[in-house]
Design a protein around this ligand. Structure first.
Ligand SMILES: *Cc1c(COP(=O)(O)O)cnc(C)c1O
Length: 385
């Protein structure tokens, strides 16, 4: 009998999560109720940031953070090519141009040296980016101090794409989210991410003004706050749509799940860290290149580098092991190629992608399953190309 499929990631939903959702369903509020503010407070408090705005996805959060920072036509936004397309698409939604900064091979994060060099060239060409979106790849925080120093020098905005990194820490041990060097950080609650609400996202920021600009945009640009209204002394039904916004609301049902999940975040991260350490031990004598150790990494992904990746991938899938690839660099997607991006422009990201194989890693993965993954991997490697 073939072994059951072992996915690369999956959600962890427990009985009390289910009960929290059922309570929300039986309450007076399915959307725009009190659970959303409580969820925002839970994430803001966890990150030690004063402001959080919950939205329908991280993609929506990235879009609104870009808009609220004034990103528009004529602007340039830089991000990492080794990411999910949303990290770049958000700038295009605002009419801005996108460019990429190559990665560091070890961490998979945007290279600070490459960033500094590219900023120097852009300054000479008078074409500096308005915004830079570093991605905390696999839950390993970027060097925010170094990015902050460049921000001071060149005067761009920074949004952390922290979709992988809720529960991880920066180099100083403080929780990822709303770093002082960034304007905002955006989290995702998709089922494979550190905690889930089904779909969902959160923008965390130190900047109350920015949060106040984002909040109405998630609900059509509508405000009811008397202090914000242009017309004064209006009846209680009155509201104003002051900017073109969207329906990017999260529901109370989702927020109730999110509150319940946040209480488990540290336990989930501990489980991921233990399993990552165990992979390091089990694979120490293999021909693979393992990800660097990281006590502060949230281990959203465990990505090894392997020769003949596609052959190994196929053999693992035949063994019902749900390996995956994160990511084909964004600039190689047909949509971006059609904009003029070419293979060879970000060689480190391309080389990383060529060998990248994400091994199953999630809080409910058992040691037994992990042993099966390692055994299948050894077979695939011995089996040759
Ligand atoms: C998942 C992900 C997103 C998008 O998150 P959604 O909540 O699905 O919109 C953005 N950036 C990165 C790096 C991601 O992994």
């Amino acid at each position: 009998m073939p072994r059951p499929f072992i996915p690369y990631s999956r959600q962890t939903i427990e009985d009390d999560d289910v009960e929290a959702v059922v309570r929300a369903l039986r309450s007076d509020w399915l959307t725009q109720g009190p659970a959303i503010e409580r969820f925002e407070r839970a994430v803001a408090d966890y990150c030690g940031a004063p402001q959080a705005v919950a939205v329908s996805s991280a993609t929506a959060g990235l879009h609104l953070a870009c808009l609220a920072l004034g990103v528009s036509e004529g602007d340039v936004v830089w991000t990492s090519p080794l990411s999910f397309a949303a990290s770049a698409n958000c700038a295009h939604y605002c009419g801005a141009e996108v460019d990429f900064v190559d990665i560091d091979t070890g961490s998979g994060n945007m290279s600070v040296a490459a960033l500094a060099a590219k900023l120097g060239e852009a300054a000479r060409a008078r074409r500096l980016p308005k915004l830079i979106i570093p991605v905390h790849y696999a839950g390993r925080a970027c060097d925010m101090e170094a990015i902050g120093a460049l921000k001071e020098r060149y005067g761009f905005h920074v949004i952390e794409d922290a979709a992988h990194a809720l529960g991880a820490q920066y180099a100083d041990g403080s929780p990822v989210g709303g770093h002082a060097a960034a304007d905002a950080a955006v989290f995702s609650f998709h089922p494979v991410k550190p905690v889930t609400t089904g779909e969902g996202g959160m923008v965390v920021t130190q900047d109350a003004g920015l949060a106040d600009r984002i909040r109405p945009l998630r609900t059509h640009g509508i405000t009811r706050d008397p202090s914000q209204l242009q017309q004064k002394n209006m009846p209680a039904w009155y509201y104003e749509m002051q900017r073109l916004g969207f329906n990017y609301r999260i529901t109370d049902i989702q927020a109730a799940l999110g509150i319940s999940q946040m209480a488990k975040l540290d336990r989930f991260i501990r489980a991921r860290r233990t399993l990552a350490e165990r992979y390091r031990h089990l694979l120490r004598n293999s021909p693979l290149t393992l990800p660097p150790p990281g006590v502060y990494c949230g281990w959203h992904l465990y990505v090894v580098q392997v020769d003949a990746r596609d052959a190994v991938f196929e053999k693992m899938r035949e063994q019902n092991i749900g390996v995956n690839v994160h990511y084909m660099p964004i600039h190689l997607q047909p949509y971006y190629r059609a904009l003029g991006f070419k293979e060879g422009w970000f060689p480190k990201a391309e080389a990383f992608f060529k060998g990248a194989l994400s091994l199953p890693l999630h809080p409910r993965l058992t040691e037994r399953e992990q042993d099966d993954v390692v055994a299948a991997l050894r077979d695939a490697l011995v089996g040759g190309k």
